[in-house]
Design a protein around this ligand. Sequence first.
Ligand code: TXA
Ligand code: MG
Length: 344
Amino acid sequence: MKTEILKIDRENIDTDAIKKAANFIKSGQLVAFPTETVYGLGADGINDEACRKIFKAKGRPSDNPLILHISHISMLDNLVEEITDKHRKLFELWPGPMTLIFKKSKSIPDAVTAGGDTVAIRFPSDQIARALITEADTPIAAPSANISGRPSPTNASDVYQDMDGIIPVIIDGGESNIGIESTVIDLSGDEPIILRPGFYTYEFLKDILSDMRLDDSLVDSSKIPKSPGQKYKHYAPKAKLRVFIGEDVPTHLLSEAEKYKSDGKKVGILAFEEDKEKFNSYPYISLGSRKDLSTMSHVLFSSLREMDRLGVDLILAEGVKEKHLGKSIMNRMKKAAANDVNFI
Ligand code: TXA
Ligand code: MG
């Protein structure tokens, strides 16, 4: 299959290009599209057969449910069983990087929910994503547009790397702003539970719903996550990733790098902008300033992919404290590093 890249300017959306992409969705095919978090791999969310193509394209385990993307709150009515006033408080954060899980309505195909009785819904803020959903006139089922287990793509060329020859079209809308996936909150039980932390953090959400809590697995890593997708190998670069946290990490990274280099290994460094001079003699990608973690979340996945392109054997990275956005970032980093996270 030939994969077409359809460039669309977010500031000046070409409606013909959106129509073209929406026609692929309507005819049961897959379209990769930008969102403010990461790129999604979309299919018509009420077409079971189309949704099954997503699992095949990604090599995704069939027990891992999909998120349905909407472009208007009113689309919820057909998709979920019940909406309470408590749920509505969180709607203030929509459109945005938040996914809510509800008891599902009967109209949702099994492929979306992986046979379960709940459904995940997200109303993205990205203008291209919203235009596509509106034009396709259906909720769009979309996981991140990577091959399962790889870092989520945050730009069209990273999608192309994984999906070339597998899907007919990729919309190129530039870089995803946030860079890590949405915060997933389960609203199907008595109390709201964060299943996956994201740009909206526990500390922030607790101020909106005071009984908000974190899934047990996010507090104690020996517990099994409630969200199926959180159990799997994830975000892994081809190179081995080792993460270090604590006092004077840059000095430690440098001495580790020198050790590996003398063993003949090609080492790449992910560290904060403040310390970049230290790493002149290594492939290095800046995580932005340690005073503002939004750059780190923006570049995390793309820099793991870039390190693979640079052909490094090993990536040494500085991690962060697990609070606020740092908790969401470390959730991804730990998985990408297969838990090789070291406190020094
Ligand atoms: O930001 C995002 O959420 C991106 C963009 C494309 O919207 N999407 C995304 O999808 O990250 P995916 O499939 O890579 O991750 C969705 C997560 C998985 O961990 C999945 O197991 C969980 O949400 N999930 C989906 N439906 C669920 C449900 N009904 N119950 C529990 N977890 C669910
Ligand atoms: Mg994913």
